[in-house]
Structure formats: structure tokens, C-alpha cells
Write a protein that binds this ligand. Structure first.
Ligand SMILES: Cc1ncc(COP(=O)(O)O)c(C=O)c1O
Length: 481
């Protein structure tokens, strides 16, 4: 970070933290330059940056003043209202096209599904893998077959204890990431044509899995802060004779919603009453901004109906592809399917991760990661508030690394996606998160890469586009662009 950026950052923190209030005057350039021991031009640059971020404004011959923050955070959205139907799904091509851009290196990665890889202890992990590789024997190949390395399953069981869930290591299957775990669960409990209850909007990985198996998705209204609507969920189970629910009670992707504990308990009661399994995707559970990890719904499961899936991909080791499932009463089916699908999970990766968990402070890394994400979220949310026009709504997640933006009803985020790509910016358009091309005025933005100057400018570009689209209509805009 350059000096002026560091200074701007410090002042921004003071503004966002309420130390500097609206109407307060910033120190004069001369004073700031003296106390900070930086040149006046550095102070000027910092103040210009704060002005560009909409946080301060100069007054002639009086200096810089903190602006009111009324418009800084966009308002929270209302819950979704999907139709009460079940749909076969055709989304894979669409998702593939829309997200292919996320992998491009020179893009501003708002559309990326991955957290910023620089937030992970890759060097330490590399050392753990190297050291584990030295102890890798011919026996390891057999020892680590499905359900997976015993020591690693024990480490995971210990983490479950910390999250308020009691799971024996023998009741865990190590998988190739959470995605394989989720897919194995879905295959274990459904047959083609069955209905599966999902959130609305839902993570496209769910919709793709449903599409591949010829299942029907029943999308249920989901509140941007409190998660899935339980009344509608129970109605949907009855109405469509659903065979499973696939939900993300913690930091739902894409909304970021987290169900309150009471709702999680009620959810488990509902699925238990109907005797159907809940496939619980808890891939973001460790990424909380607050003090405590939210409990998984599995905490309330007495009948073994909750199939809890997670991984190290989002919180420690992206690319290692180590995930797991605690499938409850479906242990045997899931383990057999795992063997039939991929025999077992890469033994060196399992060994490397176990080595890291045994000899390094995973919790220290997690604390740093959570702090960084919380900080980046704060900055990003405020920047969204500054750059997007009135009528834009954003979710306010308490964890994870994405926010969901809802723009004016006339906005078309597929068009915006194409326009943004031409400007080197990737976004995840809302249509990828439903079966029926809903959410065409919404998009998901990944904030984990931080509010660099480039990212701030990119948000400005998107915000201006949305404003112009509202003023002139999307078609006219395309011709101008
Ligand atoms: C909500 C959600 N669940 C599951 C996954 C899959 O995780 P993994 O990379 O461990 O397979 C992802 C990855 O993007 C995700 O966003």
C-alpha cells in the first residue's frame, strides 16, 4: 500500500468506525503533513482518494469535511418470491458461459466463486505437504482409502465438537471438496424425477447437480438475512412430495443469509416430521465476522437425517480439494457411492492437510482470515453504497465473501455482465441462481479481493452503467457503450 493509500485507509477507518463524524473537519493539509511526517502532496492525494470514495468533501478555504453517511450503505432487500412450482433444470451451459470469465487473470474478480487466494497460508501448507510426502509410504495408499485418513477424520470430528455437534470420526467420509460430498448425498437420497427443495436464489452448484440427475427443483422464498421461509418450505415438501432439502443455513450463497438458531431447530423438526433428509451445505461456516461460529442445523439432528457437508476449500486450502460429509443414517450409501465415483480422495492431499492441522495453528489463520474478510466487506459495502444509484439494494452478510445486489427492476444484469466484461470486470449475474431466469436484475459480487483502487473504479463503472440504464433504457445504452 502506498503512503497516501495508508493514510486514506486510516482516515476511512476512523469515519466508518464513527471516530470522525459527519460534519467533522479533517486536519488541515499542513497539520496532517506535520503530524504524520509525510509530504503535503501525500496528504492531498489521500484526501482526493477519500473524496473520490464519497467520504469527504472540500469546502472553499475551509478544508475537508466528513460527508453524511445516509446514502453510504444501500438498504437491505426484501425476501424472494418464487412461483410455487417444481422445475426441471437447464442451467449448466449458462453457468459455464457466465462464469468462465471469472477465471481470467486480468479481470476484476467480482464474479469469482473463489476467495482471494492470497488470504491463505499457502507457503505453510506447501511445507506441510512436502513434509507429509516424506512420510508417505506404500501403506498410506491403502490406509487412506474411503472413508479417508483416520487422523484427518478425527481432526474434523474435533472441529465438529467446537461447533456444538457430536460426530464420531467413523461417521465421516472424506471427499473431493464439499461439492463431491453434496453430490454424493443427493445421489444417495433421490431418484430421477424426484423433487428437491432449494433456496431462492440458490447457489448454481445446487441447480447443476439437480439438472444432472434429472430431478426437479422446488425453489422456496428466502429472506436475505434470516434464510429460507419455513412455512413455505413445509408447504413445498407436502405439495411436491419432496424427497430432500438442500439448503445452506449459514452464510447462504449468494444472499449471505444465516438462519437464527430457532429456525434451524424448527427446520430439523420439519424434515424429521416428514422423514426426509436435509443436505446441509456448510462450506462457509468458518467464515464468520462475529465472535462465534454459527451452529450447523446438524446440531439439532437426533434422527441422523441431516447430511452435513463442508470442506477446507474456502477457509484454508483452496485447490487441495479436501472436503467431507457427516451423512448420518446414510453413511453406508454415501461411502459406497464415494467408492464407486472416485474410489477415494487424494492420499497426499489428505496427509498434507492432516500435517498442517496437527502442527500449525489453524485457528490463528482463521482469526486473521475472518478479520480480513470482515474488513473487506465493510469497505466494499460502503463503496457499493457510494457508487450505485438509489433503488439499489444489497445484502449485509455476517460472514462469507459475497454480497447480493438487487438493482432497479428494469436492470438486466446479463447485459451488465457483458458490458462489464468488455471493461475487464467480472460479475456473477443473478439469472445463474435460479431455474426460471428470475433475478435478472440481481448480481453476486465477491468482495474478498479487497477494495483496491481498481476495484473501487470498477464499482464506479458498474454503478454508472446502472444509473444510465435507469435514465435511458438498456438498449440505448448498449449502442452508446
Ligand atoms: C456454496 C458452496 N458450496 C459448496 C462449494 C464447493 O466447495 P468445494 O470447493 O469444497 O468443492 C462451493 C464452491 O464454490 C460453494 O460456493
Amino acid at each position: 500500500m502506498k503512503r497516501y493509500e495508508a493514510l486514506a485507509h486510516e482516515i476511512e477507518e476512523a469515519i466508518l468506525g464513527g471516530v470522525l463524524r459527519p460534519g467533522d473537519r479533517l486536519p488541515s493539509v499542513r497539520q496532517a503533513s506535520k503530524t504524520r511526517r509525510v509530504s503535503p502532496s501525500t496528504v492531498f492525494q489521500a484526501y482526493y482518494l477519500l473524496e473520490a470514495r464519497g467520504l469527504v468533501r472540500p469546502r472553499v478555504r475551509s478544508g475537508y469535511f466528513v460527508l453524511p453517511r445516509t446514502a453510504v450503505l444501500p438498504p437491505v432487500q426484501a425476501p424472494s418470491r418464487p412461483a410455487d412450482t417444481s422445475q426441471t433444470v437447464r442451467i449448466s451451459n449458462f453457468v459455464f458461459d457466465a462464469l468462465e470469465a471469472a477465471g481470467r487473470r486480468n479481470c476484476v474478480p467480482f464474479g469469482s466463486p473463489f476467495p482471494d487466494p492470497t488470504l491463505f497460508p499457502l507457503a505453510q501448507l506447501g511445507r506441510s505437504v512436502a513434509s507429509a510426502a516424506r512420510s508417505f509410504t506404500a501403506r498410506s495408499t491403502l490406509d487412506d482409502l474411503t472413508p479417508g485418513k483416520e487422523g484427518l477424520r478425527r481432526q474434523i470430528a474435533q472441529r465438529y465438537l467446537g461447533a456444538g455437534v457430536s460426530v464420531h470420526p467413523d461417521c465421516i467420509v472424506i471427499t473431493n471438496g464439499a461439492l463431491e460430498a453434496l453430490n454424493l448425498c443427493l445421489t444417495a437420497v433421490t431418484r430421477p424425477g424426484d423433487a428437491v427443495v432449494v433456496e431462492s436464489p440458490a447457489w448454481y452448484g445446487v441447480l447443476q447437480a439437480i439438472e444432472r440427475r434429472g430431478l426437479r427443483a422446488v425453489e422456496v422464498a428466502t429472506h436475505p438475512e434470516r434464510g429460507v421461509d419455513l412455512g413455505r418450505l413445509e408447504h413445498a415438501i407436502r405439495q411436491h412430495k419432496a424427497k430432500a432439502c438442500w439448503l445452506m443455513p449459514n452464510f447462504q450463497n449468494p444472499l449471505g443469509a444465516t438462519m437464527p438458531d430457532d429456525s434451524k431447530r424448527d427446520l430439523v423438526e420439519i424434515i424429521t416430521r416428514h422423514g426426509i433428509p436435509l443436505i446441509e451445505d456448510d462450506a462457509y461456516g468458518e467464515l464468520h465476522f462475529g465472535d462465534a461460529r454459527p451452529r450447523p442445523a446438524k446440531h439439532w439432528d437426533k434422527e441422523g437425517l441431516v447430511m452435513h457437508c463442508s470442506s477446507f476449500s474456502k477457509c484454508l486450502a483452496p485447490g487441495y480439494r479436501i472436503g467431507w460429509v457427516a451423512p448420518g443414517r446414510y453413511m453406508r450409501e454415501v461411502a459406497q457411492l464415494k467408492i464407486g465415483t472416485s474410489i477415494s480422495t487424494s492420499a497426499p492431499s489428505q496427509l498434507g492437510l492432516l500435517n498442517y492441522l496437527q502442527y500449525t495453528s489453524f485457528d490463528r489463520h482463521l482469526r486473521q482470515l475472518r478479520q480480513a474478510l470482515a474488513q473487506r466487506h465493510r469497505e466494499f459495502a460502503h463503496a457499493v453504497g457510494r457508487h450505485f444509484p438509489e433503488g439499489s439494494y444489497a445484502t449485509r452478510p455476517q460472514g462469507g465473501y459475497c454480497i447480493w445486489l438487487q438493482l432497479a427492476a428494469t436492470a438486466d444484469t446479463l447485459e451488465l455482465h457483458r458490458y462489464a466484461q468488455s471493461r475487464g470486470i467480472c460479475v456473477a449475474p443473478g439469472a445463474a441462481f435460479s431455474t426460471g431466469r428470475a433475478f435478472t436484475n440481481c448480481m453476486r459480487l465477491n468482495f474478498s479481493y479487497g477494495l483496491t483502487e481498481r476495484a473501487d473504479r470498477a464499482l464506479q463503472v458498474l454503478g454508472r452503467y446502472v444509473q444510465r440504464a435507469a435514465d435511458t433504457g438498456t438498449v440505448a445504452l448498449q449502442r452508446q457503450a
